[in-house]
Write a protein that binds this ligand. Sequence first.
Ligand SMILES: *Cc1c(COP(=O)(O)O)cnc(C)c1O
Length: 477
Amino acid sequence: MYPKLTDDLDDLPELLMATRAAAERALTSLDTRPVAARAPEAGAAPTPVAGIGTAGALTRFEERWAPWFSGSAGPRYFGFVTGGATPASVAGDWLTSAYDQNAASGGDSAAVDLERETIGWLAELFGLGTEHHGAFVTCATMSNFVGLAVAREWLGEQAGISVTHAGVRALGRIPVLSATPHSSVYKALSMLGIGRDELTLVPVLPEREAVDVDRLAEALAALDGQPAIVVANAGTVNTVDFDDLRAIAALKERFPFWLHVDGAFGAFAALSPRHRGLVDGLAEADSVCVDLHKWLNVPYDAAVQFTRRRDLQFAVFKNVAAYLPPPVGEPAYADLTPENSRRLRALPTWFSLVAYGREGHQEIVDRTTALAARLGKRLAGEPKLRLLAPVRLNVVCCTLADNPTQERVDTLIRAVTGSGEAVITPTAYHGTPGFRVAFSNWRTTESDVDRLCTVLTTAAEHVTDKGNPAPADDSPR
Ligand SMILES: *Cc1c(COP(=O)(O)O)cnc(C)c1O
């Protein structure tokens, strides 16, 4: 055995304690470290030849990289929809690595049963019935990909074609309809060979990002009986708008289509009695995408996909070889997802749900939603700023009140991010440049909103017509 491996095996308990201490440093400094960081220019180190052991690697990491990692797991990272990691989910994540299970198929480990149990809990939390089967995937993009892959196979079934065998070309044109699809839907269409250009944008309701269901019905009617894919959105990234899922599902009585719902973070409205109505009808979907590394606050990378047609999903993803045991009972996860070998990605979620339950996770949703409302109210009273949309759930979409050019808005965002106090990210809403403040981190409190308000209003005061010179330490992207 390589000497450093022998040493590390002998010292394993001490090394784990040292790693624990490093993790503690990372987690306890979240409140004080700059929320955004950018490493100084440094060339890549040469490939290590003689190893220095785990203790050496730990020291090297903490010197060379850790100071330049962002505080994205912390309470004032408001970019994108980020979320942090609950203590229980971190514990689960560590043990995922320690046990290093391959949750591809059962037979020699209960790991897949744990995944199945966790999927069942998630289905219940999101109000899905037992007819929905699910699996863990790496992210909402992959979840959308899997849902749309099953949709593609379903379109084949309608035409008497097995797409998994004949290929997507056998289908000809594939109508895909959506009002405000996430960029990952286009990416999934690209990966599936359907093509980004096949997506037709359906008009939205006035002043909204939600689909105009009457216009959707017209678009479906124009297909003259040709089966289609409808991607409904439950929580758009800019303004967290929700399509009327029940009304869309009702159109199935008149038109043949596969209903995929992208509820990457919006599906969490189901946890909150106050907001549950926003996802009414979710259970009618043929496939559903939900991210877990966002509002569930488990570490990257974790999302879940659900579908009613596991038979078609199996047809798409099955992986048969003589050396692989045939599945007994339930199909193997490797036969249902893009990955073959799979990390036991369910364990952090299992830990967090056991540790905090439905109540705890509802509290996170309710609190972060209330914080978004609080910020929205504060900013609505700021003369230099203007809300671009009402705060529907957990995102505040805002811009400068006067002359919100791209340059001026970018300057504002750079000033906030450059302060180290908070990260916010840019967007454009109906053509107007603006910024988003997204709440989803379990640590965020009212005092974090107040700190953001202070930097934001100060920065807004100081945006000149030309835009301020950019601070040296600006956006991490
Ligand atoms: C974040 C998001 C995605 C993509 O999520 P990833 O986990 O980054 O792949 C898809 N749809 C919506 C609505 C999202 O908010």
